[in-house]
Design a protein around this ligand. Sequence first.
Ligand SMILES: Nc1nc2c(c(=O)[nH]1)N[C@H]1C(S)=C(S)[C@@H](COP(=O)(O)OP(=O)(O)OC[C@H]3O[C@@H](n4cnc5c(=O)[nH]c(N)nc54)[C@H](O)[C@@H]3O)O[C@H]1N2
Ligand SMILES: Nc1nc2c(c(=O)[nH]1)N[C@H]1C(S)=C(S)[C@@H](COP(=O)(O)OP(=O)(O)OC[C@H]3O[C@@H](n4cnc5c(=O)[nH]c(N)nc54)[C@H](O)[C@@H]3O)O[C@H]1N2
Ligand code: SF4
Ligand SMILES: [Mo]
Length: 881
Amino acid sequence: MARPDSPAAIRTTCPYCGVGCGVIARPDGQGAVRITGDKDHPANAGRLCSKGSALGETLALDDRLLAPRIGGQDTDWDTALQTVADRFRAVIDTHGPDAVAFYVSGQLLTEDYYVANKLMKGFIGSGNIDTNSRLCMASSVAGHRRAFGTDTVPGLYDDFELADTVVLVGSNLAWCHPVLYQRLAAAKAARPDMTVITVDPRRTATSDLADLHLSIRPGGDVALFNALLVAIADQGAMDADFIAEHVDGFPEALRAARADDVTASGLTAAEIAQFCALWIRSDTVVTLYSQGVNQSSSGTDKVNAILNCHLATGRIGHPGMGPFSITGQPNAMGGREVGGLANMLACHLDIENAQHRAAVQTFWNAPVIAGQPGLKAVEMFKAVGDGRIKAIWILHTNPVVTLPDADAVRAALAGCDFVVVSDVTGRTDTARLAHVLLPATGWGEKDGTVTNSERCISRQRAFLPAPGQARADWAMLAEVGQRMGHAQAFDYAAPAEIFREYAALSGVAGGLGLDFDISGLADCSDADYDALEPFRWPLNGTRSGGRFFGDGRFFTPSGKGRMLPLTSRAPAAVPSADFPLVLNTGRVRDQWHTMTRTAKASRLNAHMAEPYLEIHPQDAQALGLEPATLARVRSPVGQAILRVLVSDKVQPGQVFAPMHWTGETASAGRIDALVAGVTDPVSGQPESKAAICQAEPFKALSYGFGLSVAEPQPDAAYWAKARAKDGWRVELGYDAPVTDWVAQARVLFALPDSAEPVVVSDPARGVHRQAFLEQGRLIAALFIAPQPVAVSRQHLLGLLGQAQGIAVLAGQPGADRPDPGATLCACFDIGVNTLRAAISDQHLTSVEAIGQALRAGTNCGSCKPELRALLQAATPRMAAE
Ligand SMILES: Nc1nc2c(c(=O)[nH]1)N[C@H]1C(S)=C(S)[C@@H](COP(=O)(O)OP(=O)(O)OC[C@H]3O[C@@H](n4cnc5c(=O)[nH]c(N)nc54)[C@H](O)[C@@H]3O)O[C@H]1N2
Ligand SMILES: Nc1nc2c(c(=O)[nH]1)N[C@H]1C(S)=C(S)[C@@H](COP(=O)(O)OP(=O)(O)OC[C@H]3O[C@@H](n4cnc5c(=O)[nH]c(N)nc54)[C@H](O)[C@@H]3O)O[C@H]1N2
Ligand code: SF4
Ligand SMILES: [Mo]
């Protein structure tokens, strides 16, 4: 469906990762939007990664939810919102305010978040609003608050470029924060003596850049940083003056570090010594950390183990140095500021502090205020499951896929009295369980602000009209607030009004001595808000936007930073004979979470088209898992079927699987079905990176690969489908015999009777190949074999919709046309075989040379780490030539 006309170039912000890149959107009025990087944005200076540059391809309206629905039937807003207000009110009247909950998201805009938090904590009077940031940033928040007294990220992006040593702990920056990775790679290229260290159980596209990679044992980070603290003390690298004046807890922290068991890191003494020497060598060291740290049952301790080392050396708050917790979602930071977590109030105020509670209640003129923290995400869904929570409103997140113990979450929602979901699409595992489904405006259609990893607040601006009846999330929340009897408190006409109120409240927080204060904008006009340039907080009469803590002043009662005594703990689940493998999970380069947006851009599906299990060759062999076959993976709580990817990038005894696949995109790819709901005792963040599992061959009688112009409707035991350029692709695994493959294909692809089959079949060998033509054009094809189907997928997908004959069934390009292989450069659609051939034929030796020869890597640059890896793999062969 085409979009109506809309205005010219609009400056906005990317809706994906926490780098927070500035984007310029130019709608052409014909439905297409041209996307480029904003050269004037401080985060990216014009760069975009593969996901950002494909944003224009995700805006089509197919799949969008365009009207409110109750019980699956379209309805009007009045009915839908009155139903929500009445049902929530009825539950609260009968069972009290803690019987309802909101589950929100670090992808909401600050203005949406502000209204949700105000309604729950100040007007419903419960702390039961929590956010998916609980799965993401909670351990960093808790660690910051323990050490600094507030949730403050001290440093800036510039610090990476200024540092002599950058340590990346549990971060796959190359794939997850690609533009920041590119800034780092460029700084290293300009200053080759800069040292990059990666700490991660597996080797990744990021570790390819590193001078030193430490394959830490899962959960071993506290032991490593305790060892560093001991080395700092033993080598006299502490900053004694800074400690004396500005730090509490050094002796206790050091004593605990000395008593800790270094071997829990799984690293050799030589590796640890080398790491400590590089870290200690120069003052300008940045330790960046992400989900390998946060998503752990000792996540908060891991954070504090890192902060301890920076506090002990005074390496904090100055150019080129400091700990840096990088945020995942575009507004993870904003959600923390606005009080989206169940244990916070707005503006970093503390729900457990009576003075803070009174200040917020007075400011809101609220009838009540939550008196204690609400339930944290994992607990919240347990309470839904056992009936303590009877009504829940889920906004901008997909918990049936992304919360641990995901099958239990699905069962909890299926049994809940009243589930409301706001989303841009009804096609999610969570939306399918909603009693009331509310259509939200999406990126490009809504207005507000987000805060990135370096505390930079930027505007997201609308450049397209709201489709159908879609409404902004803040507007639905405010209307429900009004209909629940709080007409005045939720009488907002536009996001600017909400922002001004929020900025004014932050002045109250600043007055109470807190860090987050943007009261300088409390009086901004609508026009100022529209024109707001990216800025870093704080912003009030006296302070603006720099680093924190360089002056040694912290937000604890004593004004000092706190070091904590820490002892390493292994992950909660211990591998056993039944579940011998440690299951690590995370992200791939070109998909965003549950793929509701990125998978609309076909080129983003070409990089990795299926859910997979990365497993070490030794384990694969011992378990009988052949490359490219399928594995059934079981854990104590659930199971999945995944494609086997044999790779020595993971260590023996460990496997890795991506988090992106859902019930919409695969038969059994929801990886959180395997992850138990174990959490960190301080932060409540789940241990998403160290579950346990076993894997065995999934005995497929037949494997299949299919393509079609229409969306396939598979019912095989294993399937995974994705959009391709002019249609769809589907991978299949059948565990029962099929007698008539032509009939099977007709159902799978919902083919019209007029579709003409062209068939080559060898039943004795179990090989069946069939193409379906309409007026001579290829509309579908299905390739079946007893082993994983070996055809060139990129070649076949390129034939969809074109005039074809029986030659299609070869499944490979003719001898005159080489097979491009799986796509590596998504921007220019360049396959791995093309690249390998060019590297060897043209003797290319650098990423730049590849760019000149083929253009690969010259647009967004997200594939550069993989190009570098291809070059490295090719070098020995060429040297031997
Ligand atoms: N392409 C893409 N980019 C994204 C996202 C996306 O969905 N897709 N999501 C965004 C979001 S919300 C987030 S939170 C970020 C996440 O960004 P990252 O945290 O960088 O990504 P992950 O892949 O989740 O995990 C990082 C690494 O932690 C490692 N790890 C596992 N266990 C341990 C351990 O015990 N110790 C250490 N040191 N490392 C360990 C894993 O092997 C993995 O390589 O990415 C953001 N960017
Ligand atoms: N095993 C495992 N699990 C994990 C992780 C992991 O590493 N491993 N990572 C965790 C982390 S760090 C995160 S951040 C979470 C992410 O997990 P989720 O937040 O659950 O994943 P998303 O796919 O981003 O869900 C966003 C939803 O919002 C919808 N949406 C898009 N735009 C709008 C809008 O404007 N308004 C509304 N109302 N809806 C909209 C999308 O269609 C989608 O359904 O997953 C967590 N789960
Ligand atoms: S790095 Fe990529 S995904 Fe992240 S904000 Fe920038 S363009 Fe968006
Ligand atoms: Mo995240």
